[in-house]
Design a protein around this ligand. Structure first.
Ligand SMILES: [Mg+2]
Length: 318
């Protein structure tokens, strides 16, 4: 399956000019642009790295163990999970950063290991599999022709480019700040920025966004993401893909979504509310989620995917 973009509801083919897109849409669904309020969200979205990447050591942490009573490990609950999928087709939706690739200081270095790539590839051979990411295809998806890759809103590309250039200029003086153009969104990474300078990152981003009422801000883990204001999120992406791939019948399909970030919560919520399937949150720190299960880190995601592939192979043999 090849990659594709979708999301435009416009009837004509010419993309609107950046100036046109700067005009407020009616009704406008922007979040309030208050840098101070963002700071709070930046802190909530970015738990300190002390316990990140320490792998299974969290299994010995009493607070984490208590948390897994509410969000059981998807590895421990594997048999239960596949029991739900018995006689159904399991559809797999995967986030990229922090789920398939490790969270690292340099966003450009956040690449999937060869081993993970192989596991994802074999999962895609056995199960309908989609990666849903804000990253641009050429950065992430140089590997997988059998994979669905989902992105939306191509008419916003020129505006995203413009905002990227402005933000690069704006945060130039902030030590450690990095702006990344992910084609469909601009990411302002502050994982290498001293926490005392986080308000400055918020203010610079706010300053640029003021001129773009059709763009909005989302918080990720140590990243601010600037995206088009469209009624779109990863939950809607999952719904769209299930429909468009003919997987919408919940009696026949069990969707599983694996992600680590606040932007993945919309997808967890959609699957949970409709009792269609379930989310698996990747986190080494306890946090509230709409997911039903948890995994500690990308290596555990890989173990889970391996087991899923093995289970599927065995099921196909019988
Ligand atoms: Mg992520």
């Amino acid at each position: 399956m090849g990659s594709y973009a979708n999301g435009s509801t416009r009837a004509d083919d010419d993309p609107p000019s950046v100036e046109k897109l700067k005009e407020p849409a009616i009704p406008l669904k922007t979040m309030p642009l208050h840098a101070n309020a963002w700071l709070n969200d930046m802190k909530i979205s970015s738990p300190t790295a002390i316990r990140v990447n320490i792998g299974n050591n969290v299994a010995f942490d009493p607070i984490y163990r208590a948390w897994t009573k509410k969000y059981p490990s998807a590895l421990n609950a594997f048999e239960k999970i596949v029991a739900y999928g018995k006689g159904k087709k399991i559809a797999l939706f995967l986030d990229y950063d922090g789920t398939l690739s490790p969270i690292v200081d340099e966003p450009d270095h956040a690449v999937m290991s060869d081993q993970m790539r192989e596991v994802v590839r074999s999962a895609a051979l056995h199960l309908p599999t989609a990666i849903i990411s804000g990253r641009s295809c050429d950065k992430v998806f140089d590997f997988n022709k059998e994979m669905k890759i989902f992105q939306a809103a191509s008419e916003f590309l020129p505006m995203i480019d413009e905002v990227f250039r402005l933000l690069v200029d704006k945060v130039r003086g902030i030590d450690g700040a990095k702006v990344e153009n992910n084609k469909f969104c601009v990411s302002v990474h502050y994982r290498n920025v001293n926490e005392k300078d986080w308000p400055l990152v918020a203010r610079c981003t706010d300053d640029v966004l003021k001129a773009y009422p059709r763009l909005r801000l989302c918080h990720g883990r140590k990243v601010l993401e600037v995206r088009p204001v469209i009624d779109w999120n990863k939950g809607k992406a999952v719904e769209f893909l299930l429909d468009s791939l003919g997987l919408a019948d919940s009696d026949k399909v069990l969707p599983i979504y694996i992600g680590d970030d606040r932007t993945d919560e919309d997808a967890f919520k959609v699957l949970r509310e409709d009792k269609r399937g379930f989310g698996i949150l990747v986190s080494s720190v306890p946090k509230e989620s709409h997911a039903l299960y948890s995994l500690v880190d990308p290596p555990e995601v890989m173990d889970f995917l391996k087991r899923l592939v093995k289970w599927k192979e065995e099921e196909e043999e019988t």
